[in-house]
Design a protein around this ligand. Sequence first.
Ligand code: KIV
Ligand code: ZN
Length: 389
Amino acid sequence: MTDTTKDRVVIFDTTLRDGEQSPGATMTHDEKLEIAELLDDMGVDIIEAGFPIASEGDFRAVSEIAERSKNSVICGLARANFNDIDRCYEAVKKAAQPRIHTFIGTSPLHRAIPNLTMDEMAVKIEETVTHARNLCDNVQWSPMDATRTEWDYLCRVVEIAIKAGATTINIPDTVGYTAPRESADLIKRLIETVPGADEVVFATHCHNDLGMATANALAAVEGGARQIECTINGLGERAGNTALEEVVMALKVRGDIMPFETGIDTKKIMHISRRVAAVSGFPVQFNKAIVGKNAFAHESGIHQDGMLKNAETFEIMRPEDVGLSGTSLPLGKHSGRAALRDKLRQLGVDVGDNQLKDIFVRFKDLADRKKEVYDEDILALVTATNTDA
Ligand code: KIV
Ligand code: ZN
């Protein structure tokens, strides 16, 4: 149900484009279709399905995703030239809601690559955005490396893109250089300064080189951005992109201080996270926020005891809300008697206080020698105490 007290933030997922650009993360055609279907199904507003000019395979994947999408806008990436833009439109045009995303690097370092002056680049932006808009009503434009682009020039090119017909202006922190306060200020000042800014949606696209991608994206929303670009598991070039699961759950859990909502069905997060890890070949680190193996696991005795009494003691969100069946209390050398008793109950083993004491002593001894103690180990300890009794 829509909460009218909250502003809607649009989720733009680029797992299949920026995520796949991660060295070694290439997905097959069928894998891309599968991930696109899961994204569509979980409520992602816009799927950036690929970079159609990059290869014949990418073109085919984007076209097929466009044809099959049910709810999401399907977007393709294009550099600032007519060839790229035409190819991109060819690929997305069968979608019920197609989008062309065209970009050019606007910072001094990026302008030096095509060796364009500021004026020459401004003309190119005007021409390419106009061309894209003549093909498609929904056009996103990005000044790549926006966070290292001179302020005056950034305002100038954003204004040109808006006048040429861009409907979304994305402000990429291409190299993960910005910091949260700066990220919020940049969007806020652009919206206040650039003529026509109130007629378009501002987007934030953050990379994680300094580990600040999620914080920067959320700060940008506080500054006025209403589209977050992100990927599942934070997959992406170098240290990755803003992780979808992190921004979505942060907005859900901390709606008290960030009154924004997304259309994501959070219960589908864990499944898609596992599928993206499997098809990209990029495992999720154990302690990764939201989707890591340990994100809802507690081994120490104090934590397990607290969790058994009241789950809110050590969990700020419910594991069920991200698609897990529950909290896990793995048994290890830090575990206490309460968790052992709970485990025995789950295994259907009824023991008296004396036998519990005995099992606990043996369990601690085993746990000192083993990283994790499994159900089979516990059952073996029960049998041993039965036999010795
Ligand atoms: O990081 C970046 O600047 C990009 C652009 C293509 C939007 O991915
Ligand atoms: Zn990027």
